[in-house]
Design a protein around this ligand. Sequence first.
Ligand SMILES: Cc1cc2nc3c(=O)[nH]c(=O)nc-3n(C[C@H](O)[C@H](O)[C@H](O)COP(=O)(O)OP(=O)(O)OC[C@H]3O[C@@H](n4cnc5c(N)ncnc54)[C@H](O)[C@@H]3O)c2cc1C
Length: 402
Amino acid sequence: MHLFIRGNRHGQEIEEDGTMKIDGELSDEQKIITGMLEDYCRKNVAPAYDGWIRDRVFPRKLMKDLSELVLGTVLPSTDHSADEVTLGLISELMGKYEIPVPAFLTMHFAKLLPLITDRDTREKYLEKYRKGELVICGGFTEPGQGSDSASISTTAMRNGDRYEVNGEKSFVSSPGIADVHILSVRTSQQDWSHRHRGISLLTVDAGEKGVEPYEMESMASVFRGDFGGIRLNNVSVPRENIIGTENGGFQTLMKILNTQRVHVGLYTIGLAEISLSEAIEYAKTRKTFGQPISKHQAVAFRLAEDWSRLEAVKLLAYKALALQDNGMDNSAECAAVKWHGCEVAFEAVSHAMQTFGAAGYVRTSAIERRFRGARGFLIGDGTPDIQKLIISRKLFGREYSP
Ligand SMILES: Cc1cc2nc3c(=O)[nH]c(=O)nc-3n(C[C@H](O)[C@H](O)[C@H](O)COP(=O)(O)OP(=O)(O)OC[C@H]3O[C@@H](n4cnc5c(N)ncnc54)[C@H](O)[C@@H]3O)c2cc1C
């Protein structure tokens, strides 16, 4: 059920007017990488889930294994670097096999590591990441703000060649698992209308004195520490830990989050695709009124509609990524995938649950787990309202949009 669009490494697929060509074929590289990942997941992820849920301990070995398979693909200028379309195939596959969210997000936050300007600091983090020894928490939300991500109050005050960080991040993924937190911090006070100008991104090691992660169990929590917050009390951080430029962090973050929205969308679509496949198989074997439930038009059509919608949002998702690969503006497409893709995917998981009836509603059902997971992605990484704001700005211009 894959849709395959080649990225710019393998052919120019987006015309200047934004028209997209689809050749229906994976490149050899894409076949190898997705084949290896799928094989690994089938053997190691799907069978391990029950144990992970029971023990509630994030499997560090998973990161080691992924380092040999896909972690390098997000790093530019390496032998393993991949274009965004290929990364999209990986994200979709990760969703299908429910690669734990801390690993999935680490891979995408790692795109920020090459932007650390100090060479030694950059290499220190990159080496750990490449070896699968680094789980990253991206902390941008605070108790007082989420959608308005420029209104942060966590501060990093310069003190000689170090920053002193104070504040709190909340409702973030992996705070109790991460080895390093990438945080948005205020490095310069600005008036409200220029508040996005005084923000920087800083890497803060989890073991640093004054870093206090805490847990808030979410409806989709699997591992201890996979959701919650971080209190920062007089945390001393070297200036070299800055990502990009001082006070330029907001723009850097927005750039990374733009395509991350598509990857989150594709991960959620992956959750829906596997749920849909399972629902189809179940509908062929479950009998009511003397026949398989797939013979009831209401059941079959519901799933046929989900298949159609998922195929449509995948097209949009890979178009958004192909635009990125071709250096073209894609902010509206990315935002559309995030809200519409995640909504379509959540609804498809919900319909899969409906197909299973009560058997899909119990805690032992993977559909029930995916239902909770897919719901979270309608909030995390930006709500549908905020995505529609981004699209409106593109359609109407800032002057005429909400
Ligand atoms: C599963 C999950 C994972 C997450 N992971 C992370 C993470 O790793 N790192 C991180 O930093 N954060 C993370 N978050 C937090 C997430 O980014 C925020 O919850 C999200 O940005 C919304 O912020 P908020 O919860 O403060 O809601 P608010 O910003 O308070 O919004 C409340 C409601 O008002 C609406 N609203 C707000 N402003 C507008 C507007 N201008 N126009 C229309 N409607 C508006 C919103 O859509 C929402 O419905 C995660 C959240 C979840 C659920």
